[in-house]
Design a protein around this ligand. Structure first.
Ligand SMILES: [Fe+2]
Ligand SMILES: [Fe+2]
Length: 194
């Protein structure tokens, strides 16, 4: 049998973990403001941040369970949820400074998030460096690199309206099973037992 069900990552388990680690932010009146702004395509900033947090968690599971690399998942989720907490419509180019939004919004988001939620060092690093390499300073924590990658992936997926999350989850489970030595070919109806 492939990876045992109890160890398998599913959309439901990712969503449950995301909510349990980030519920104070997700349910806060301050964060609801992100629902009023569009990020990419038809995706609001709030939905984008949830997606980045979900993919960041998935990536963290991959690193922890295949390469045994520890990740601070509480800081990862909080940083991902707040990485675009800049609280304005970045598409409105008539406002002074909006044309350099790509360079300036990580700093704005970090100051807003620190004011409203209080951040630790890792969360500050995640938010302020998430546009790397557009922003010149190297991320200092592995959690920051995870969010940077998840953010770029989500931006592409939202812009081009592609959803391959179930396939990516399948691939991560496959790699975890391989790392656990837990994988054998599943023939479906006719199970091969070795
Ligand atoms: Fe951003
Ligand atoms: Fe983002």
């Amino acid at each position: 049998m492939a990876l045992h069900f109890a160890k398998r990552i599913t959309e439901y388990r990712l969503a449950k973990e995301l909510f349990s680690r980030g519920k104070d932010i997700i349910l806060s009146p301050e964060a609801q403001v992100m629902k009023t702004f569009i990020q990419h395509g038809e995706t609001t900033v709030f939905e984008h941040c949830l997606a980045v947090a979900k993919y960041s968690l998935l990536f963290a599971h991959f690193l922890e369970r295949t390469l045994k690399i520890k990740v601070d998942r509480d800081s990862l989720v909080r940083g991902a949820l707040l990485h675009d907490y800049f609280l304005y419509d970045w598409h409105d180019k008539n406002v002074p400074g909006r044309r350099v939004h790509g360079f300036t919004h990580p700093g704005v988001a970090m100051r807003n998030a620190d004011r409203d939620f209080g951040l630790n060092d890792i969360e500050r690093d995640i938010i302020s460096k998430h546009m790397f390499p557009l922003t010149p300073f190297l991320p200092m924590h592995r959690e920051s690199y995870i969010v940077t990658i998840a953010d770029k992936w989500c931006a592409l997926a939202e812009t081009f309206k592609i959803d391959v999350s179930s396939y990516i989850i399948y691939r991560v489970n496959f790699n975890i099973a391989l790392a656990d030595g837990d994988y054998s070919i599943d023939y479906g109806e006719t199970k091969a037992e070795f």
